[in-house]
Design a protein around this ligand. Sequence first.
Ligand code: FES
Ligand code: FES
Length: 150
Amino acid sequence: MKIDLTINKQKRTFLVEPNEYLLDVLRRYDYHSVRRGCDNTSCGVCTVLLDGKPVPSCSVLAIRCENRDITTVEGIEKEAEKLAHYFGELGADQCGYCNPSMALTVYALKRENKNAGDEDIKSYLVGNLCRCTGYVAQHEAIKRYLGDES
Ligand code: FES
Ligand code: FES
């Protein structure tokens, strides 16, 4: 079946199976920044923004995205670059596999709550796991990014 939606501000039509998850559809259509991890809503690396809110795309049926708005990290390039700058500054990067999902989640947090404190950040990012880092440098980089008004 066909579904029409907007992705990264562009209208597109995707051909999907009724039982297909958004993660599988996006990767089939070459949105490879949307990563596969656990496939069971535990790790967050498949996160995209659906109508501006972070969701694990491995748990969203693609047909539910008809006429909705999806953002992948390619759609927030400037903001992702800003966050990457702070990650680099603080040595918060290792393999980078979790970076697109982190960038999307942190971007959504910034839009919702520019004054997020330590506990807000931790609770907003609770579904985004990173296998490599101890989160400390990432957390500090995220704080700097949230305070960046440029
Ligand atoms: S792959 Fe979706 S939450 Fe892990
Ligand atoms: S830097 Fe490797 S999973 Fe996060």
